[in-house]
Design a protein around this ligand. Structure first.
Ligand SMILES: C[S@@+](CC[C@H](N)C(=O)[O-])C[C@H]1O[C@@H](n2cnc3c(N)ncnc32)[C@H](O)[C@@H]1O
Length: 394
């Protein structure tokens, strides 16, 4: 196939039409992820358990990867079909124009999930799809893809899902999980996942216009995610994505999108952002992480005990991720601390808004917030509560 022909087909088959996408997120975060997609002007936004479907041209997937704070991955649905017999899979897999999406010689990581599907054998499903991609590239004189080595993070992910009599073949546009923003090589003793940190801030309607304090900041995840939001910086601005390796990458549009994001970002947060922790070692780590994220400007960190230090402003938002007692100390110690945090909030933070990630939902009572709203999400084998409320005046 001539390169002219390939370019023409890329424009006609990949750039021009709308596609169906699916943004995966932690169960519980779907409404927030849908809200983010609405801001990006995605079409046909449809939350379902574990993620949000949406439609649009290729660029909407670029924007989703660059901007979604609460998603883990964005799939492009290449084929969605009815399966009556095995041949349907063979035919549909062979009909995918693989050469437009898979780079010659790419490592392919094919996962298969089947639920009450008549496809039955996941190993054979993966084989059929891998072979279809390889045959297609070979027939065009291109180097075929190879199976990925286990643990190869750079491999192009491909997913086949079979549910009842339908199957979908999807291609990963993201690469490494989107919570891996690239600013946190090590997180501290018990780092919060970045998508959950962003979700908590969104649940608190944080937009950067008022002061923010994380008094238990650890490696600084909440502070850094807050600074990204406050400065309108994309969470994915410091990392790469799987779609950048595709032969159909719309390079000019992608470069333009990133340039525009840079131009629209604020040079510093409009209001103070402060991280405190009683452990000076993690404070130093938080500073390093903020530097790597490119958000040091207007963000301060200091070593201080929350229980003894005064509030840094008259009002604002306190966000915190207190120890769970699982990775740090015991559950009893963590519960005692949650009670003390509640007392401190009532003593020194009346009128402040509070957002907290809690290991046990009943600890919300210890914080004693008014007008509280809660989301639950899985995290590190636990089901955690994201809580937002206000410190009431007694
Ligand atoms: C679960 S970690 C926070 C992790 C953080 N969100 C991150 O992503 O890295 C809890 C932190 O609370 C700090 N801490 C516990 N009690 C404190 C107190 N009384 N004052 C200040 N920091 C405290 C610990 O040193 C620890 O770094």
């Amino acid at each position: 196939m001539s390169s002219f022909n390939l370019e023409r087909r890329i424009k006609r088959q990949v750039w021009a039409p709308e596609h169906a996408f699916f943004a995966v997120c932690a169960p519980g975060l779907e409404p927030l992820c849908a809200r983010e997609l609405a801001v990006l002007n995605a079409g046909d936004i449809a939350p379902e358990p574990g993620g949000v479907g949406f439609r649009g041209k290729l660029e909407i997937a670029y924007a989703a990867n660059l901007w979604l704070r609460t998603a883990g991955r964005v799939w492009l649905r290449l084929k969605d079909f009815r399966v009556r017999r095995w041949d349907d899979l063979v035919r549909q897999a062979a009909a995918v124009p693989w050469e437009l999406y898979v780079a010659p010689g790419a490592a392919l990581n094919i996962s298969v999930s089947l639920s009450a599907s008549n496809l039955k054998h996941s190993g054979r499903v993966a084989e059929v799809v891998g072979k279809a991609a390889a045959d297609r590239l070979k027939s065009l004189g291109l180097e075929p893809p190879i199976p990925a080595e286990p643990g190869d993070e750079q491999a192009q992910r491909l997913q086949v899902r079979g549910v009842d009599r339908r199957a979908t073949i999807s291609l990963d546009t993201s690469g490494a999980h989107l919570h891996k923003r690239g600013y946190r090589p090590q997180g501290g003793a018990a780092p919060l996942r970045e998508d959950l940190a962003a979700a908590l801030l969104m649940l608190c309607d944080y937009d950067g216009s008022g002061p923010l304090l994380d008094p238990l900041c650890g490696g600084g995840t909440l502070v850094i995610e807050a600074a990204l939001i406050a400065r309108h910086l994309p969470p994915g601005g410091k990392r790469s994505f799987a779609f950048e390796q595709w032969p159909s990458l719309r390079e000019a549009a992608w470069n333009h999108m990133r340039r525009q994001a840079g131009e629209k970002a604020l040079a510093a947060p409009p209001a103070p952002i402060l991280g405190r922790d009683r452990n000076p070692k993690v404070v130093a780590l938080a500073k390093d992480n903020a530097g790597r994220a490119g958000v040091s400007k207007g963000v301060k960190f200091e070593a201080a005990d929350f229980l003894g230090k005064s509030a840094p402003a008259g009002t604002g938002l306190v966000v915190m991720n207190p120890p769970y007692g699982k990775r740090l100390g015991s559950v009893r110690q963590a519960e005692t601390l949650a009670g003390k945090l509640g007392e401190r909030l009532r003593d020194a933070y009346v009128g402040w808004r509070v957002g907290a990630v809690l290991y046990r939902p009943e600890w919300a009572g210890l914080l004693g917030l008014a007008d509280a709203t809660t989301l639950t999400a899985p995290f590190s084998g636990l089901k955690v509560s994201l809580l937002s409320g206000k410190v009431p005046s007694q």
